[in-house]
Design a protein around this ligand. Sequence first.
Ligand code: ZN
Length: 180
Amino acid sequence: MIKKIWNSPVWSGVIVAIIVGIPTAIAKLVSLIKNETFQNSWDYLVSFKFPIIYFVFILVSVLLLIRIILWIREKYYSDEYLSSSERLLQRKFHKFHDKTDDVTLKWRVAFDEFDEPYADNLRFFCCKHGPTPIKFIDNRCTVANCPNALKQIDPLYLKNIVDSELIHRWQLIQEGRLKK
Ligand SMILES: [Zn+2]
């Protein structure tokens, strides 16, 4: 686990920032309070007999905290931890076909920290060109002269519609009105 965190450029950066940043911040604070130069405060701090065991304890606590944060993130963002009703919503409502424009919307059902569903990775496909739906680029179909290539869709507007529908259906599932 430590190796994994250390290999991650972000987390190793955070740890280095903590190890270097905390003594620097303390030295700066001491220099302000005692009205001394930063160099004097830094020397004072370095000469200070800070028991190594406290340092190890703080380091372990920080690593443990990082692990807990990662665990909570995994719990909320990974499909593995979804409950049966969350899976039901995911299975029942992960795409929608708009017959008027022959466009299919696909997404992954995700849940935020308040257990509210939202559409993650929402994509649009044009279904006017044979059995394979063609993925939109720049909010339009990529096939020349296709009616869906001549106009652009509004992804934020559509995402809000899908999110609203997900919230509505989630409510129905929780009230027991939408079953398997
Ligand atoms: Zn098209």
